[in-house]
Design a protein around this ligand. Structure first.
Ligand code: G1P
Length: 290
């Protein structure tokens, strides 16, 4: 049983977005829109729906648009008010009231582990969630809530996982699983982006984590790993060797929107679900011939 509640989340958004160049040359990858919302808003809304109120975004150079997006937009609100666009006005206001936001700049792009470490002083001695905004998870129960529920039951670090195709294991952190019950595993080891023949399973970490504050002291001592970056996976590996850690299969449809094809598929999926556009978009897609 966990004794502390999870009320803070870290959303790393300092990456250079090289996979989306040139679109990301001057604007953050996190601001690419899936239909009409930027990618990062999906992660923020998931965290908020899971009960989190404090959101720490790790940014870097060229990422100011993220801060502006979640801030009050006085001029825009005035224009919408004057032109009677009340629904839009409500939506724009809602964004700035979603959560308490805090931004930290990672000065050098040294990897995900280093980005998490930047938030150490704001997290203090509490468990916290990490959401990687590249992965958009469409789920009846928000993915982060699924993880928090298990954290509250087990009191151990919890990783969200899903099974991936053998040829995809090299894109993810992969766990060595020991089955506990349906959809729940004890994590005995992890490896970052293994070659298919080195992969201990096909259970990939999908960018959702509930972590204890003890991860910070491990991250401080973690040397650069894969791609010369400080890898969160390497620190988790040490944590899993020292104390129990679990992984749960997240229920929901995951879109890897950090990848061009994944982004296109996510756009189609969210376009079809959109109440204003869905029917017309479906008719358009049905009429396409190849
Ligand atoms: C990161 C993590 C990896 C995880 C993945 C999920 O990799 O390092 O362990 O499986 O996110 O999306 P990245 O996609 O940043 O290269």
């Amino acid at each position: 049983m966990a004794s502390q509640t999870v009320s803070k989340a870290i959303i790393p958004a300092a990456g250079l977005g090289t996979r989306f160049l040139p679109a990301t040359k001057a604007s953050p990858k996190e601001m690419l829109p899936l239909v009409d919302k930027p990618l990062i808003q999906y992660a923020v809304e998931e965290a908020v729906a899971a009960g989190i109120r404090d959101i720490i975004v790790i940014t870097g150079r060229g990422k100011r648009a993220i801060e502006d997006h979640f801030d009050l937009s006085f001029e825009l609100e005035e224009v919408l008010k004057e032109s009677g666009k009340d629904t839009l006005l409500k939506e724009i206001r809602r964004i700035s009231e979603l959560a308490n936001f805090c931004y930290i700049r990672q000065r050098h792009a040294r990897g995900l582990g280093d980005a998490i470490l930047c938030a150490q002083h704001l997290i203090g001695d509490e468990p916290f969630a990490v959401l990687l905004g590249d992965e958009v998870i469409d789920a009846a129960v928000p993915a982060t809530r699924q993880l928090i529920d298990l954290y509250e039951e087990l009191g151990t670090p919890i990783l969200g996982v899903q099974e991936v195709a053998p040829e995809e294991v090299s894109h993810y952190g992969i766990i060595t699983p020991k089955p506990v019950r349906s959809g729940l595993f004890r994590v005995t080891d992890l490896i970052e982006k293994p070659a298919p023949k080195e992969a201990p399973s096909r259970l990939a970490v999908i960018g959702r984590y509930i972590l204890p504050p003890s991860i910070f002291s491990i991250l401080e001592k973690t040397p650069p790993g894969k791609n010369q970056e400080i890898q969160l996976t390497d620190a988790l590996r040490r944590l899993a060797q020292a104390a129990p850690m679990h992984a749960c299969v997240v229920n929901g449809t995951r879109h890897d929107a950090g990848d061009k094809l994944g982004f296109l598929k996510a756009t189609v999926a969210f376009g079809l679900k959109n109440p204003e556009l869905g029917d017309r978009f479906a008719r358009y897609l049905k009429g396409l011939t190849f």
